[in-house]
Design a binder for this molecule. Structure first.
Ligand code: SDX
Length: 446
């Protein structure tokens, strides 16, 4: 287990002696007491099953809608301390990786647990780069979408369709097969995303250029027109690489939970990844970056921000890009993204919506409604401004989240598969519906 304590645990004060790492529970219905072990600051929900009034009962369960306080797995991939605003991939602070690493190196770290040697990185880069092409039939699939199809819908469908091309993907307990599918998924996500974008513009697809970097090739497939060789702008290429690093993983978020749950049925990784992309698409999750831009455009001017904030506090609308289930402090990624934004604006010109965003942030960081609820800008608040300045339409914003998150999803999926404690996800429920009822013929219904 990761040596650093999880966010649910607190360090014991120096010198404190814990008699026993156990919890004693007294059931006042029976007067019986139970002692359950505490491990890593948690108790096993299964240990509650012994608590019964009648021995024939199923036994006590815990009830935790949306898993607000439930650890679903043991993981060594990503550590978040929401109160301190800390994010680390395999122990490395996100600030270090954003400054010194590249997305492909970070993806290797997430998937293998260690930073690669130069030989490992070279091999990894070679293999991902040589899996960027997609089967020509997939173009026919993409051409079938309407011109105004949302690129996230196209990406979800096309990633799922990859499972029909790579039958070896079902061999999920073969490490070689998982490695091959990993190369394909990480290599092909930018290609499918770029082809989806080009389809919506009615422009010809641009094939991968294996001479370019991962972000550079993505820019090539998105924006190359008549030039024979696309030269990505180094500032935009680096900005995209940093954004990809920041979006690569985030422990047990909604889409990570999805790939773990769907993957627990032992379906192939393409179908499981498609499910994760679908979860990310939601406006409360990765779709928030698109909604932030729509919100800023709806506000329209700095002068109208106070009125919008009033509507937020009245519960009429949400301040998209704010708040987080785990971070009760500034999202460390948002801090870095804000710096990257200024570097992109330096080159592409300041995004006119920036002033509105800054005013929303200024008010929210002072206003008691937000302070009391610990609502801070999250990863999605500033990204849309950057993407728009880079020339992306709003509909591409969640796709730009899905591309880098693919490495985190695969790392979470593989960790679940190889965890001997994990099996098919099948939660329980509290049933409060009807007791037995008998069928009533239609002529006798009220
Ligand atoms: C991502 O989980 C992850 O790690 C996700 C992510 C990742 O990298 O994978 O970090 C990426 O999804 C970031 C979040 C992007 N979503 C948004 O920006 C959408 C706006 N944010 C909210 O919908 C909300 O903050 C969530 C969904 C992010 C978190 O919701 P929670 O933890 O369930 O909190 P909640 O909805 O119970 O809110 C608690 C209170 C409520 O008020 P009260 O009922 O107590 O009066 O805070 C309020 C909420 O109404 N609130 C907001 C708000 N977010 C929460 N009020 C106004 N605007 C908001 N954005």
């Amino acid at each position: 287990m990761d040596s650093s304590l999880s966010a649910t645990q607190t360090k014991k004060p120096e010198g404190s002696v814990t008699s026993r790492e156990t919890l004693t529970i007294t059931d006042n219905r029976t007067g019986k007491s139970y002692e359950v072990p505490i491990t890593h600051g948690t108790i096993r929900a299964a240990d509650l099953r012994q608590i019964k009034v009648d021995p024939k009962e199923f036994g006590m369960m815990s009830y935790d809608p949306a898993f607000n306080n439930t650890a679903s797995c043991i993981s060594k991939i990503t550590f978040i301390d929401g109160d301190a605003g800390i994010l680390r991939y395999r122990g490395y602070p996100i600030e270090d990786l954003a400054e010194k690493s590249t997305y492909l190196e970070t993806a290797y770290l997430l998937l293998h647990g260690e930073l690669p040697t130069s030989a490992q990185l070279e091999n990894w880069t070679y293999n991902v780069t040589h899996h960027t092409y997609i089967h020509e039939s997939i173009k026919k699939f993409l051409d079938g979408f309407h011109y105004d199809a949302h690129p996230m819908g196209m990406t979800i469908s096309t990633i799922a369709a990859l499972s029909t091309f790579y039958h070896d993907a079902k061999d999920i307990f073969s490490a070689d097969s998982r490695t091959k599918q990993t190369y394909r998924l990480i290599g092909k996500m930018p290609t499918i995303a770029a082809f989806s974008y080009r389809h919506t513009l009615g422009m010809p697809y641009v094939y991968p250029d294996n001479d370019l970097s991962y972000p550079g090739n993505f820019l090539n497939m998105l924006f190359r027109t008549s030039e024979t060789k696309y030269r990505p702008n180094p500032t935009l290429e680096r900005a995209l690489d940093i954004l990809f690093i920041l979006h690569a993983d985030h422990e047990q978020n909604c889409s990570a939970n999805t790939i773990r749950s769907v993957g627990s049925s032992h379906v192939d990784p393409y179908s499981a990844t498609a499910a994760a992309i679908a979860a990310l698409y939601g406006p409360l999750h990765g779709g928030a970056n698109e909604e932030v831009l729509r919100m800023l455009m709806e506000i329209g001017s700095v002068e109208k921000v106070p009125n919008f904030i009033k509507r937020v506090k009245a519960g009429e609308v949400k301040l998209m890009g704010f708040g987080h289930r785990v971070y009760k402090n500034y999202d460390p990624r948002a801090r870095i993204i804000k710096r990257v934004a200024y570097e992109v604006f330096e080159l592409m010109g300041k995004n006119p919506l920036l002033e509105i965003a800054l005013e929303c942030e200024r008010i929210a960081l002072e206003d008691d409604y937000f302070v009391k609820r610990k609502l801070y800008p999250n990863v999605d608040f500033y990204t849309g401004l950057i993407y728009q300045s880079m020339g992306f339409p709003m509909t591409m914003f969640p796709v730009l989240f899905a591309i880098p998150r693919t490495s985190g999803w695969i790392a979470q999926w593989e960790e679940m598969l190889l965890d001997p404690e994990q099996k098919i996800a099948r939660p329980r429920q509290i049933y409060l519906g009807h007791d037995t009822r008998h069928y009533v013929p239609i002529g006798q219904r009220g």
